[in-house]
Design a protein around this ligand. Structure first.
Ligand code: PXG
Length: 438
């Protein structure tokens, strides 16, 4: 293993990174195991973010590592266009089982962004296949994050992600976001206020007419934009309005899927069933890139009415890559056999209490939590949005904890294998960081 510093950092154009700042004072990780990373100087760093929300079962999980190693020696690559390999079919069946057979089919991608674009394309093609080709409008939500493809960007609602790349897809509209600090600050779980914001969908239906609307896509809990938990009753109302008007409801569960809310999926937590669900990240425990779109049977059925031939002109070279399938199968085994989601549920109250104990520390204007996700909103430094949280991120890393920041919000989403000591370490060190922030 190469644990030395790279000779040059110039060539790698880093994603979503302040490249000049990073390269002036880099943070380099060289190994990982369980709840911890190790950096290039040999320091242990507690992973407060499960990588980028993608390692529910912890790092270097032995079963997953072993299965991927076996597969790479057995079948390094196999096409899935007019060909197949057993693991791709086995994983799909296992995923149907893990989601309680609420879905009938799964389409593989390599990332969350591709899963989102795939789901949007399936929604459009589904309506066309049924003779409702006028349903072309896609509806997202302000502050939503659905990856970085042109489809996901268009339905997404984060200004900085969109502003440099227009024109985006035409015929897109957005629901308002649900964040309301005046009414909902310091909520545990779903906030009380804001279910009626779902009725904005009725307003968009009145404006555009249902016959032009294909789908609504939302994150059940918004992650990247800073942990926005849906108000009580909001998602149920959205589901009802979609049903009333024949609009498909897509849940983007890229971060909420595979246990993050202490239930297998957010749809289980909220008791609301989407028509399609996009996933990635925890699907393979982050070990091999993979995304997947889950679809209810009636959607797939509509495509199977077409004359014989290719039913969906869509797919990726690496859809159902053998290594990703091996990682996915092993991840499901680990989730089931090692009670990973059950452990998350057992730690949840302690985690939530530890979070809310930060109330009163300097700059903290909100604490919010659901499952094993926590959001800590800081008052911005006037005229320098994001600077305070970014400084917290750097101090935290220097103190041995990895946190994520977006704007002036800190997001925590640790691996689900954590125990009380990890929670104490994470929040203890974070409190210290907050106490010493400018
Ligand atoms: N949908 C959602 C809801 C996501 O959170 C994507 C789609 C895109 O997935 P890919 O695999 O294409 O990146 C995401 C990704 C963060 C963070 O720290 C979140 C994501 C990615 C990187 C950082 O909040 N989510």
């Amino acid at each position: 293993m190469n644990e030395s510093r790279p000779a040059s950092m110039s060539a790698f154009w880093m994603p979503f990174t302040n490249n000049r700042d990073f390269k002036a004072s880099p943070r380099l990780l060289v190994s990982a195991e369980g709840m911890y990373y190790r950096d290039v100087d040999g320091n242990r760093v507690l992973d407060g973010t499960a990588g980028l929300w993608c390692v529910p079962c912890g790092h270097a999980q032995p079963r997953i590592t072993q299965r991927v190693s076996e597969m790479v020696g057995q079948l390094d690559f196999a096409p899935t266009f007019q060909m197949g390999h057993p693991a791709a079919f086995d994983l799909a069946e296992q995923l149907m089982e893990y989601t309680g057979h609420k879905f009938g089919h799964v389409f593989y991608t390599n990332s969350g962004s591709e899963a989102v674009d795939t789901a949007l394309k399936i929604a459009l093609a589904y309506h066309r296949a049924r003779g409702e080709g006028s349903r072309t409008r896609l509806i997202g939500r302000e502050r939503g994050y659905h990856g970085v493809g042109f489809g996901g960007l268009s339905v997404g609602g984060i200004g900085n992600n969109r502003k440099s790349f227009g024109p985006l897809l035409p015929g897109v509209d957005h629901l308002p976001h649900t964040h309301n600090l005046e009414k909902n600050a310091f909520s545990r779980g779903e906030p009380d206020f804001g279910a009626e914001l779902a009725d904005e969908l009725e307003r968009l239906v009145a404006l555009h007419d249902a016959s032009t609307i294909a789908a609504v896509i939302i994150e059940p809990v918004s992650g990247s934009t800073g942990v926005l938990v849906p108000p009580k009753g909001y998602l149920k109302r959205l589901r009802e309005i979609c049903d009333r008007h024949g609009i498909l409801l897509i849940f983007d569960e890229v971060i909420t899927g595979f246990g993050r809310l202490c239930t297998p999926f957010a749809s289980d937590y909220f008791g609301v069933e989407p028509d399609m669900m996009t996933t990635a990240k925890g699907l393979t425990n982050g070990v091999v890139p993979m995304g997947a779109v889950f679809s209810r049977r009636f959607i797939h059925d509509a495509f199977m009415q077409a004359p014989p031939g290719i039913e969906l002109f869509h797919g990726y070279t690496y859809s159902g890559h053998p290594l990703a399938c091996a990682a996915g199968l092993a991840t499901l085994e680990v989730l089931r056999e090692q009670g990973i989601v059950e452990n998350a549920a057992a730690q949840q109250a302690y985690f939530e209490d530890a979070l809310h104990a930060l109330r009163g520390l300097p700059h903290v204007i909100d604490l919010r939590s659901i499952g094993l996700v926590a959001g800590i909103e800081l008052a911005p430094i006037p005229g320098k949005p994001g600077a305070r949280a970014f400084s917290a991120f750097k101090k935290a890393f220097a103190d041995g904890i990895l946190i994520r920041v977006t704007g002036d919000i800190i997001a925590l989403s640790p691996p689900l294998i954590l125990d009380k000591q990890h929670i104490d370490e994470l929040f203890g060190k974070l409190a210290n960081v907050l106490q010493h922030l400018d």
